[in-house]
Structures are given as structure tokens and as C-alpha cells.
Design a protein around this ligand. Structure first.
Ligand code: ZN
Length: 242
């Protein structure tokens, strides 16, 4: 991707959706690595201000063009920043200035900042999804308390500090999840071939569960596993707790 040498692009701010395939505008338009996005006008010519030439997009008195904000704070204020990846974007070609932002003819991402809430949990999935972003050939940051920490430096690779930070988050998250994922009184447990039972009490070693017919059984804690897929506790092979 090459921005023509003879122009100095405007740098502005945008929010993108992070799809498995890469970046999309909030309206679903895909942004492709190595290709600038070019604005098109979808407003019917009859509804447009007639003095403007069709090929000069964005039209001054129209809504067309690639939108970008003058500062990232504005994107936060209007609630856009929560739903996606914030980043800097180059704008060039015909650029129409407004009070808080621009409408541009051409655009290409300059850098991306990933909010922690959007990072996939597994590092394998994170890696796969990052590859789609790395293809843009730009720096990638992760947002930490509103500050950006570099995760990927174009031409250099992963930034050790950013990567360590993400990995440490995964560790904390895992421990927290383990703590939350203990069977508690009132939780339901699916016993294979016997139906659903309700936990009466549980500790680290065993759980007392009550079946539909009010029979109470002891199950070794190690035999009860939380099924992510079914979002419930399951016990396939109850062995008598000792
Ligand atoms: Zn237009």
C-alpha cells in the first residue's frame, strides 16, 4: 500500500469492527490489507446538490465519504469506541472538513488499538485474528487503562512487553475463572443416564447432589466438570466418593 508521495495525508481517528476476516467499517464495509478504501456515493444524483460532479467524491453537500474523527475522545463520547477497534487512519484525496471530523475520498489505517474486551481468550485464536490485522503492515497496540501498549511493531514483530502483558492477563483470567467455576449449592449437575441433580453442598473433595427422586448422592469433585458447550456441570462416570 502506497500513499502517493506528493500529498501529506490527514491523520484522523476511526472505529472498526474486528471480524475473523479482518477489519470492517461499522456499516459492514470490508477494509482490505494493502488496498486503500475509496469512497463511493450511494445518494441518488437527483437527491444531490446538482452543481457537484459525480466523480468528485465526497460531495461537499452530501453524506458520502469515509468518515473519521479529529480526535479519539470524540469517538468515545458518542459511544463508538466501545464496540470495536479504535485506530488512526490516513485520509487523502478529496477531504471535506467538518467541525468534529472529516469525510474523505481515500483512507488507509495507520495504527490499531485493540481494547482488552475484544481480545479472544485463547492465544491460538488471538494469533489467528491478529494475523488478519498484521497483514495491513501497521503497528498494533493494546489499550491498557486508556493507554496504548504496543503489541506488534510493523517490520519488527511482536513487542515483548505487550505480549507479556496479554499472556499475564490470560493467567489472571484463568485463575479467576477457576474460582468461579466451583459447584455451589443450588447448581445443577447433569448425571449421565440419571438426569439432572441439584447440588446440596460441595467442597474441594466431593459434592452432595439430590436427584429428582430426592435421593442424595455423593460424587467425587474430580468427576464433576463444567461443560463450556452446554454451560452446565456434568458428571459422566460417578465413582463413589471415599
Ligand atoms: Zn455524495
Amino acid at each position: 500500500m502506497k500513499i502517493p508521495d506528493y500529498i501529506s495525508p490527514v491523520v484522523a481517528y476511526r472505529v472498526w469492527r474486528w471480524k475473523e476476516t479482518g477489519l470492517q467499517s461499522l456499516n459492514g464495509e470490508p477494509w482490505l490489507p494493502g488496498q486503500h478504501l475509496e469512497a463511493r456515493c450511494r445518494v441518488a444524483p437527483a437527491a444531490r446538490h446538482m452543481v457537484e460532479a459525480d466523480n468528485e467524491v465526497p460531495h461537499r453537500k452530501c453524506t458520502c465519504g469515509i468518515y473519521a474523527a479529529k480526535n479519539s475522545e470524540h469517538l468515545r463520547q458518542i459511544g463508538y469506541a466501545d464496540g470495536g477497534i479504535c485506530g488512526e487512519v490516513y485520509l487523502w484525496g478529496m477531504v471535506v472538513e467538518h467541525k468534529l471530523g472529516w469525510r474523505s475520498q481515500f483512507a488507509y489505517p495507520k495504527s490499531l488499538s485493540l481494547p482488552l474486551s475484544l481480545l479472544p481468550f485463547s492465544l491460538a485464536e488471538l494469533n489467528a485474528r491478529l494475523l488478519a490485522l498484521i497483514a495491513f503492515g501497521i503497528d498494533i497496540f493494546v489499550l491498557h487503562n486508556r493507554e496504548s501498549m504496543r503489541l506488534w511493531q510493523h517490520g519488527q514483530g511482536y513487542d515483548t512487553e505487550g505480549l507479556d502483558y496479554i499472556i499475564s492477563l490470560r493467567g489472571e483470567h484463568y485463575l479467576r475463572q477457576q474460582e468461579e467455576r466451583k459447584p455451589k449449592k443450588g447448581d445443577r449437575v447433569a448425571l449421565l443416564g440419571r438426569g439432572i441433580a441439584v447440588v446440596e453442598q460441595a467442597d474441594d473433595k466431593e459434592a452432595l447432589v439430590m436427584l429428582w427422586d430426592r435421593r442424595v448422592e455423593r460424587i467425587a469433585r474430580k468427576d464433576i466438570v463444567f461443560s463450556q458447550q452446554n454451560r452446565r456441570w456434568e458428571c459422566d462416570a460417578p465413582s463413589a466418593a471415599s
